[in-house]
Design a binder for this molecule. Structure first.
Ligand SMILES: [Mn+2]
Length: 196
């Protein structure tokens, strides 16, 4: 891999028959470029707002929808999506950048069995992932009415995934000890690139 590239690691580890599922995106060479950093900040904000939405009584849809709103707002601020905010969300004009659900059940399987509807609300004791991302493939094709993506954004793909336990009054981030702040990721990446 090259110095200016991003390394996305999505790791599912097992212990005592239970599974974790954690994703972090590292800047090789120890520093995010301006574009990489801008996208990272949006994904991190989306993840933090989605995490706040994981609590008893809310559903899977709630935290997904919050994440989508933050991602769309950020992509619009960068000019990568244009138009009426509500329309971009409703008509899913963001799909070329974000094409998956924001999380899934976690437990005996990495993608554990369970249902994903608005009616089924979260309950204490459940474990799930929160993992928004933005993916700008080199050949990304804009949907109707959306702009071409300038070259400097292409090839950037970022996801941040944590594992959460739903508690009586909110949630506990089980993967909280894995760094995700920009400064921490840059420090980790810098020190590991020096070792090679
Ligand atoms: Mn996952």
């Amino acid at each position: 891999m090259q110095e200016r590239e991003l390394l996305l690691i999505d790791a599912g580890c097992s212990y005592g028959y239970y599974n974790g599922d954690i994703t972090r995106t590292f800047p090789l060479g120890g520093k995010f470029s301006g574009e990489q950093r801008a996208i990272y900040e949006i994904v991190l904000e989306a993840q933090q707002q989605a995490i706040a939405e994981v609590q008893p009584g809310k559903s899977f849809k709630d935290y997904h929808e919050i994440a989508v709103c933050v991602l769309v707002r950020g992509l619009m601020e960068l000019g990568l999506l244009v138009g009426d905010f509500e329309e971009v969300v409703k008509e899913e004009k963001y799909k070329p950048f974000y094409m998956h659900r924001t999380g899934h059940w976690l437990g005996l399987d990495v993608h554990d069995t369970g249902i994903y509807t608005r009616e089924d609300v979260l309950q204490p004791g459940q474990v799930l992932t929160v993992e928004p991302g933005i993916y700008i493939s080199p050949g990304i094709k804009p949907l109707e009415g959306q702009p071409e993506v300038p070259q400097r954004w292409r090839g950037i793909g970022i996801r941040i995934e944590d594992d959460l336990l739903v508690t009586a009054d909110g949630n506990e981030i089980l993967s909280a000890s894995v760094p995700k702040a920009i400064a921490d990721l840059e420090a980790v990446s810098k020190s590991s690139s020096k070792n090679h």
